[in-house]
Design a protein around this ligand. Structure first.
Ligand SMILES: [Zn+2]
Length: 443
C-alpha cells in the first residue's frame, strides 16, 4: 500500500506551536542534562536569540513523494503520527514539529539514530513517523529518505532502549544513455526533456561546468551523452540517481568526459565526478576548509543548547584543535580579516562569482585584507575566539545576500585522486566504459 501525504495529514503541524512553547520551557532542563550525550558541546552559540521561526506554515514542497507502508502492525500501537523534514529545517526541528513529540523524545531519537544517518544529507519532504503507546511514550520511529529506505528505531521490551534497524525494499537498477544536441544552453536543452529529472540535470551541469566554460565555449549543435543509473521500486523511480558518465563534444570546447567515482563510504568527500586523469570536477572547484571533516553542528534552525530557544545557525561547525590549518575553499580575495567579540578572529573571502565564505573563531589569521588567495591556500588556524564554547571552525557561505548550507554545495576532498584512490578510480572508469558499450547495445 502506498501512502500519499495529503493536505489533512500536513495540517497537524499547525496545531503544534503552543504545545512546543510549553515543552521548550520544561525541556530546557532535559536539554542540559542530555547535552553531553548529544554531543553539541562544541559549537557557536552566537546566533540571534530573538530569531524565531514560523512553524505555522511548513509548506513542505518536497512532500510529493508517496511512501510505502512498511510496518503492517502499525495499527497495534494506538497513536501513530507522520511528519516530514521541513524546508530549511533540520532533523530535530522537523521531528519536534510532529504533534505530540517533546524535546526529550527528539533528543532520545536523535541520539539513537545519529550514528546511522548523515544529518547533513537530509532533504525537505523526507518522511518521519512516530508511534506512541497509550502513555504517550515513543515506542517506534522511522525515518525514510525515499520510498524504499527505512531507518527504524524500536523500543526493546528487555532494555527499554531503542534498537536500530535498517530496511531496504527490493529495487531494480536501470541504466540508460541520454544523448542529444545542444540548443541554447545545456541546462535548457536538458530541461526540455521529460526523461531527465532535475536531479540528473543538476548532476550533469555540476560535472561538466568544471571543465567547460559554457558562457564562452558552448555552441548550438554541440553534442552531449550521459549514462544515468537510477533505482526503481514497484515500477516507480526513486528520487536521486547517479550520472555515471557525461561527455560533451563541442565545436569550441572539444571532447570532454566526466566519470563518477564512489567509495564504499557514502559520506566520503571523494565521491564526485572526475576527468579521465582523476582530476576532480566539483562545481566551482570548492575545496574543504579543514583537513578533517567532522561536522559538530549543521546549518539551519535548531534548538539552542543553552537557552532552549530556536535559533538559526547560518553555517557549519567543523570540530578541530586549536592551530589546525584552515584553507580557502576557492580562489578569491580577502574581503575582511579582523576580530570582533562575536565572531572572534575572522576571515571573509569574496570569490569570483560574488559568493562570500566566512571562517570564524580562528586562533590566527594569516592573510591581509585585499590580498588575493588561491583555493586550498592556508589562510588561518582553528581557534576558540569570540562567542564560542570550544575549539572549532565555523564556516559559512553567503550567496546573493543569503546564507546557504555549505554542505549542500559540493565540496571535494582533494583536487586530484592519488595513491590507492587513483587505482580504484581506474577500475571504476573501466567498468563505466564497459557499461556504456553494453547499455548502448541494449538500448
Ligand atoms: Zn557555528
Amino acid at each position: 500500500m502506498l501512502r500519499n501525504p495529503g493536505r489533512q495529514d500536513r495540517f497537524i503541524f499547525a496545531k503544534d506551536t503552543d504545545r512546543r512553547g510549553r515543552f521548550l520551557l520544561l525541556a530546557a532542563v532535559a536539554t542540559l542534562a542530555l547535552l553531553g550525550i548529544v554531543g553539541h558541546l562544541t559549537g557557536c552559540y552566537d546566533e540571534d536569540p530573538d530569531e524565531e521561526v514560523d512553524t505555522l506554515s511548513p509548506n513542505p514542497d518536497g512532500a510529493s513523494v508517496g511512501y510505502a507502508s512498511l510496518n503492517p502492525d502499525e495499527s497495534l500501537l494506538p497513536d501513530y503520527r507522520e511528519g516530514w523534514i521541513l524546508p530549511y529545517k533540520g532533523f530535530e526541528d522537523s521531528l519536534l514539529a510532529i504533534q505530540g513529540t517533546t524535546l526529550a523524545n527528539v533528543l532520545e531519537i536523535t541520539n539513537a539514530i545519529r550514528d546511522h544517518i548523515d544529518f547533513s544529507r537530509i532533504y525537505a519532504g523526507e518522511s518521519l513517523r512516530v508511534w506512541f503507546d497509550a502513555e504517550g511514550k515513543v515506542q517506534r520511529f522511522t525515518y525514510s529518505p525515499n520510498i524504499v529506505t527505512f531507518h527504524n528505531l524500536v523500543r526493546s521490551g528487555a532494555t527499554g532502549k531503542f534498537e536500530y534497524s535498517y530496511t531496504r525494499l527490493p529495487t531494480e537498477t536501470r541504466r540508460r544513455i541520454i544523448g542529444g544536441e545542444m540548443q541554447g544552453t545545456l541546462n535548457a536543452s536538458l530541461a526540455q526533456r521529460d526523461d531527465v529529472t532535475t536531479w540528473i540535470r543538476q548532476a550533469v551541469n555540476n560535472a561538466l561546468e568544471g571543465m567547460i566554460s559554457f558562457n564562452t565555449d558552448a555552441r548550438n549543435g554541440d553534442r552531449y551523452r550521459i549514462l544515468v543509473e537510477e533505482e526503481f521500486a514497484e515500477g516507480r523511480r526513486i528520487p536521486g540517481g547517479r550520472v555515471l558518465y557525461a561527455s560533451y563534444e563541442g565545436k569550441v570546447a572539444g571532447h570532454r568526459e566526466a566519470f563518477w567515482y564512489e567509495e564504499s563510504d557514502p559520506k566520503s568527500a571523494y565521491n564526485a565526478h572526475y576527468t579521465v586523469e582523476g582530476k576532480a570536477l566539483a562545481s566551482s572547484g570548492m575545496r574543504l576548509p579543514v583537513d578533517r571533516i567532522h561536522v559538530t553542528s549543521t546549518f539551519g534552525y535548531r534548538i539552542h543548547p543553552i537557552t532552549g530557544r530556536r535559533s538559526m545557525h547560518n553555517g557549519v561547525d567543523y570540530g578541530g584543535r586549536v592551530g589546525d590549518p584552515v584553507y580557502a575553499v576557492a580562489s578569491g580575495t580577502v574581503a575582511t580579516a579582523a576580530q570582533d567579540p562575536y565572531s572572534g578572529k575572522k576571515i571573509i573571502l569574496r570569490h569570483i562569482d560574488g559568493t562570500e565564505t566566512y571562517y570564524l573563531h580562528l586562533s590566527a589569521i594569516g592573510v591581509r585584507q585585499g590580498a588575493p588567495v588561491k583555493g586550498g591556500q592556508l589562510i588561518g588556524r582553528v581557534g576558540n575566539t569570540g562567542r564560542s564554547t570550544g575549539s572549532h571552525l565555523h564556516f559559512g557561505i553567503r550567496q546573493k545576500g543569503q546564507w546557504v548550507n555549505p554542505l549542500r554545495i559540493k565540496m571535494i576532498a582533494a583536487p586530484v585522486l592519488t595513491g590507492d584512490r587513483i587505482e580504484k578510480f581506474k577500475d571504476q572508469l573501466r567498468d563505466i566504459r564497459a557499461l556504456l558499450e553494453k547499455t548502448a547495445a541494449s538500448g
